[in-house]
Design a protein around this ligand. Structure first.
Ligand code: ARG
Ligand code: ZN
Length: 843
């Protein structure tokens, strides 16, 4: 069943208050609800439909009178008074057997919930839609030591605890946690002087992994006050770490629930990237308190209203806490790796979709990351001051409401007087715009001409021209910047911009800072790219010039059998040896395009990508770099060694990331000696893991893999890395065998999403291994998707997206993939989640 944006109608009733009592028991939890409803004066349809799934109704009453409602698959209906009334119900649910990890479930003996998007209906009968907001009071009865819900604690005693949340919220923000947990406590004083208790709740044994997350939380609270003027609004803020969780984390009001991988951190068990990611996710969930909770979404089509904005805010935060250019480059790498394939393939959908079958399938890179890019463009177009004014107006005008993209754009229109009708196309049109650039130099006038074109996407054959902010700077042939960054506002299908007063034909630096999520099509000579690599003042475009040189080099090697581009490597050498540059930036310069990225590059050049050839060329290029640079690799690596005690800050992390990129090259020369030494000496997970990964890739990993397992078998999060690395680093011809061996390991547990993703995601990332010619890789993954679907539809459906790029490959591989997709589709009782994904991918 497909749901359409245009069919939106308000619910016929308002919910004045909700009282819930939970009698916890693993397979027979009773949930008693007492809900005050009143007719909604703004609604025309008075149907009383309460959502409910997998509930056993024990009894229901209206105004104290026992009733017998009509029960259906998705809820219940009954006749109700046309005046305010009290609904009471008691239902039974079974958290212990809830393997979908949606609604109330158990993870390692603790009760926890995940309600976004539509999990609350698995807890009790309710109008489970984000525009129905109410005030919740929750009583939890059970023997667990710790019993938490949203809002402020209002009482507790032997076997019970009560919570009251004064802020109206939709059901998707409800949360309950109960278990024998321990906390890492702290305090925060808000800008108006209110004291807030902060806690991170974990399983006993994990207490020593909370300190970093707590610091990140306090930094986030301060930052949101300083930058957005947003203050926290309850007396307490709780975070809970849960081992079995379908996604990263969830912003439930006052009770954020985190995948333990996104909050627990220690130097011994977490890498620098883990630390950075944890800091960002804690910020993200905290920022949702205003962008998501105080102002929520009218319906799920508006998901980007909270997610795009909150991702944008967490990126700003990370840029402020760490390095802005490094964050920008990393975000673009991620956007191109995850969002571009989505937007250019069968799963393409607008930032605000107009229809869906299963909303869980729309927590996508397009809604999150492209959604954030759209906000970045808006800010670029209106300017920083107008952006702040618009945001103030947004918080002012819409606090306490469930809003739409129209509301969001209206505050920008009202704050700036700008007409955003054309800009709105970014929300409604899917696909990645391509912009072709040509230049002209006549009589001292330099002209850039842009032509935009968005290829058709599923359901959208024709596209209108969009507003595209193109940040441009010009350099003179000496490498000096003669026109500093200026934002050209493209609004037409084809448009020219002239620059005069220049003494000589300049070299353009186009799309600085990646000012729009587009593909720039421009024939650029190697010399010009090399010039920008050497001289561009914009860090992003400097990196981009290098990336393009790397891509061109690999294309020539793969397609034309050429050798590596030594002129480029000389230019790159100067950058990586330039110790005035941030090591983190130099490490990004050294990272090559992924094999999957190269497959797309070749496909765009009308060349069918051969995964084995791409793998071979990447290997050859790395081998060549190692030999060309053997004279200075060890010394350069020594310059970025960190002597100080481990700290997960940007400075040290940057050094370690350059060090690890250099170690990878060195390993190709010394057969693993340096990696072995680093493995032996490592006192933190970053160095230990980078050494292990090099040992595996050198074929010398057996002893270290074993030692690592002996050292870390008790730690689930570290073992996820162990699983993922082995299958990710395996040589293409044995990757399937490695994956098959790993799923036989006693610690492989398909019911734990982190473990499942470590193996299956790691395997799919092994590009040439997954795309093995005989199709064994596809069959292996399909077997496991079929196996997981009954248990956990959400995680299964999400993993299906690794097949989304199938049309890039040769007809033989396409046939093999199609056969697997059809096999999945034919599985009896396939979940709605997986069915929708597979059908869309098949097209
Ligand atoms: N709102 C959460 C976040 O972005 C993610 C929830 C994901 N939900 C889902 N059904 N996939 O912070
Ligand atoms: Zn979010």
């Amino acid at each position: 069943k497909t749901i359409y944006l245009e069919d939106y109608t308000p619910f016929g009733y308002v919910v004045e208050s909700v009282h819930l009592t939970f009698h916890l028991a693993p397979t027979a939890t009773r949930v008693v609800s007492r809900i005050a409803f009143a007719p909604n004066p703004d609604a025309t349809d008075g149907t009383f439909l309460l959502h409910g799934e997998d509930l056993t109704l024990i009894r229901a009453r209206i105004d104290g009178e026992e009733i017998t409602p009509d029960l259906t698959e998705d809820g219940l209906r009954c006749a109700v008074p046309d005046t305010p009334f009290i609904w009471e119900a008691e239902v039974e649910i079974s958290p212990q057997t809830n393997t979908a990890l949606e609604g109330l479930y158990m993870s390692n003996g603790m009760y926890c919930t995940q309600c976004e998007a539509e999990g609350f209906r698995k807890i009790t009968y309710y109008p489970d839609r984000p525009d129905v907001m109410s005030i919740f009071t929750v009583r939890i009865e059970g023997e667990e030591k710790v019993k938490l819900s949203n809002g402020n604690p209002v009482g507790s005693g032997a076997g019970w605890a009560e919570w009251h949340d004064p802020w109206p919220k939709p059901a998707y923000l409800f949360a309950l946690v109960a278990g024998d947990l321990v906390n890492h406590p702290d305090r925060f004083t808000t800008m108006s002087g209110k004291d807030v208790d902060l806690n991170i709740w974990v399983r006993p044994g994990d207490e020593d992994k909370c300190a970093f997350g707590m610091e990140a939380l306090k930094k986030s609270m301060t930052w949101d006050e300083e930058v957005y003027g947003r203050e926290y609004d309850l007396n307490i803020f709780n975070i809970v770490a849960v081992d079995d969780f379908n996604m990263g984390a969830m912003e439930n009001k006052g009770l954020n629930v985190f995948n333990s991988s996104c909050v627990l951190a220690s130097p011994e068990t977490s890498t620098d990237s883990n630390f950075e990611r944890i800091e960002a996710i804690i910020a993200h969930e905290y920022f949702h308190n205003w962008t998501g909770n105080r102002i929520t979404c009218r319906d799920w089509f508006q998901l980007c209203l909270k997610e795009g904005l909150t991702v944008f805010r967490d990126s700003q935060f990370t840029a402020d806490m760490r390095s802005e250019p490094v964050k920008r480059i990393s975000d673009v790498i991620d956007l191109r790796a995850r969002q571009f394939p989505e937007d250019q393939g069968p799963l393409s959908h607008p930032v605000r979709p107009e229809s869906f079958q299963e909303i869980n399938n729309f927590y996508t890179a397009t809604i999150y990351e492209k959604g954030a890019e759209v906000i970045g463009m808006l800010k670029t177009l209106v300017g920083d001051d107008a952006y702040s004014r618009a945001l103030d107006l947004y918080f002012d005008r819409h606090d306490g409401q469930a809003c739409t993209i129209e509301d969001w754009l209206a505050v920008f229109e009202d704050a700036t007087g700008r007409d955003l009708a054309q800009f709105k196309l970014w929300y409604s049109q899917s696909g990645t715009p391509r912009v072709a650039v040509s230049e002209d130099w006549t009589d001292g006038v330099y002209t850039l001409t842009f032509k935009q074109h968005t290829p058709p996407t599923p359901g959208q054959d024709v596209k209108d021209p969009k507003v595209i902010p193109i940040a441009v700077g010009l350099l003179n042939p000496n490498g000096d910047e003669v026109v500093p960054t200026r934002v050209l506002e493209m609004t037409q299908a084809e448009q020219s911009f002239a620059f005069d007063g220049l003494a000589s034909k300049p070299v353009p630096s186009i799309l600085r800072g990646f000012s729009a999520p587009i593909v720039v099509d421009r024939e650029v000579s190697r010399e010009e790219r090399a010039f920008l690599l050497a001289h561009d003042t914009d860090a992003f475009n400097r990196w981009e010039a290098n990336r393009n040189l790397a891509r061109d080099c690999l294309v020539a090697m793969i397609r034309d059998g050429a050798g590596p581009d030594n002129a480029w490597l000389d230019g790159l050498e100067r950058v990586i040896r330039d110790d005035s540059l941030d090591p983190a930036f130099r490490a990004l310069m050294l990272s090559l395009p992924t094999q999957s990225e190269m497959a797309q590059v070749l496909f765009d050049l009308f060349t069918v990508p051969d995964p084995d050839a791409i793998w071979q060329a990447s290997e050859d290029l790395r081998g060549h770099m190692a030999v060309a640079w053997q004279g200075f690799l060890p010394d350069l690596r020594a310059t970025v060694a960190v002597d100080a005690p481990y700290a997960p800050d940007a400075d040290q992390a940057g050094k370690r990331s350059l060090g690890s990129a250099l170690l990878a090259l060195q390993t190709r020369l010394d057969g693993g000696a340096a990696a072995q030494a680093q493995y032996g000496a490592a006192d933190n997970m970053t160095l230990q893991l980078s050494a292990l990964s090099q040992l595996i890739s050198a074929g010398k990993g057996d002893a270290a893999v074993k030692a690592f397992e002996d050292q870390w078998h008790h730690d689930r999060l570290v073992m996820d890395k162990w699983f993922g690395l082995q299958v990710g680093m395996a040589k293409p011809d044995v990757a399937v065998d490695v994956a098959q061996r790993l799923v036989q390991h006693p610690a492989f547990d398909m019911g734990n999403p982190n473990r499942f993703r470590a193996v299956m995601g790691g395997f799919a990332m092994n590009h040439a291994g997954f795309h093995r010619k005989d199709g064994e890789g596809y069959a292996f993954l399909a077997d496991w998707l079929i196996a997981l679907d009954d248990r956990n539809p959400q995680t299964t459906a999400r993993m299906c997206s690794v097949f989304q790029t199938w049309k890039r490959y040769d007809t033989n591989r396409q046939g093999l993939i199609r056969a697997q997709l059809e096999r999945i589709k034919a599985k009896p009782k396939l979940s709605r989640d997986t069915d929708e994904m597979v059908s869309r991918i098949l097209g």
